[in-house]
Design a protein around this ligand. Sequence first.
Ligand code: NAD
Ligand code: UDP
Length: 338
Amino acid sequence: MKILVSGGAGYIGSHTVLQLVQAGHDVVIVDNFSNSQPAVIGRLEALAGRHLPVHAFDLLDEDKTEHLFATEGFDAVIHFAGLKAVGESVEKPLDYYENNLGSTFSLVRAMRRHGVDKLVFSSSATVYGTDQAGATEDRPTFATNPYGWTKVMQEQILRDIAVADPTLRFALLRYFNPVGAHASGTIGENPSGIPNNLMPFIAQVAVGRRERLNVFGDDYDTPDGTGVRDYIHVEDLAAGHVAALEALTSTEEPVSVWNLGSGRGTSVLELLHAFERAVGHELPYEVVARRPGDVAVSYADPAKANRELGWQTTRSVDDMCADTWRWQQQNPNGYDDA
Ligand code: NAD
Ligand code: UDP
């Protein structure tokens, strides 16, 4: 298939682009590089062993989006592009609604004008709101912050569009906590500024860019009191996209929802200790107050994806830490070193 990957220069998009190429698909990337760097493309091309076409523009620009679809003839779209920082979404809700919903409008309009019927959409466990433990896809969706609402709303908008045009096939993929990096250590997560997420923060402590990890609360109702999450290796997540895309070619369902997670919970301290094993020494941490808005426990019930996609996670938390550490060591300042 010829696939347009929106946000293909980003963290999850870049790993997925590579697996799509390896699965024999033709890939075209569109990205405005608002949260990624052009240097990733050269790394991807080296890994893929071929040139990758990249269109650097903002999907809010409907004319450019239309022109791209008019000239390329896509079979499917994988839509990663979006803003994703929860805290920032509280401060700049309008930017989040405009960018995340607007990019989807622009893409889906162009898809419909040009007869592209398959879309894989990046959703999130955040659509389960405060009810994220053992979540199955049939739970009601709601959100606790503007970022989360953009995902709930985009899911609903896509469902409504699929009702109006039954030829369409949409996959809503609800990711749990993506971490890790490509085994080569040449592509990985490249947060700008101080990382909001646990794994990149630990990695920056390990490489000496941060003094210590702040553990946000150790008085949750969990085995060690720290927050529990379902970490999924980005390579397993990328494989889930390839499987979902293939499933869309044969399903009768207009909209398919799949959780992509391991089904296992790992606490903050367990992840820290796994990272210490990868690094070979202890890492400094301090327990501080809970982070407002955090749930205690989040993990997927991935049975539906396991069954319907023939997909499951294959990489352990130790693999996730080893691969993150390789990426962090080889690129202490992310793509800034490129
Ligand atoms: P990322 O920021 O690394 O990648 C997103 C890419 O989209 C970036 O390269 C950015 O420059 C681009 N982009 C953003 N707005 C754009 C626009 N208007 N036009 C063109 N390009 C645009 O993020 P990621 O971690 O790879 O996440 C990918 C998707 O998965 C996002 O939609 C995110 O909300 C979702 N998601 C991520 C996580 C996570 O923890 N990383 C969890 C659940 C869901
Ligand atoms: N966390 C932490 N210190 C940090 C970042 C995160 O203790 O610097 C905790 C956070 O409270 C949560 C877990 O690590 O329990 C995962 O947080 P992350 O932001 O990575 O994912 P999310 O909470 O969005 O699922």
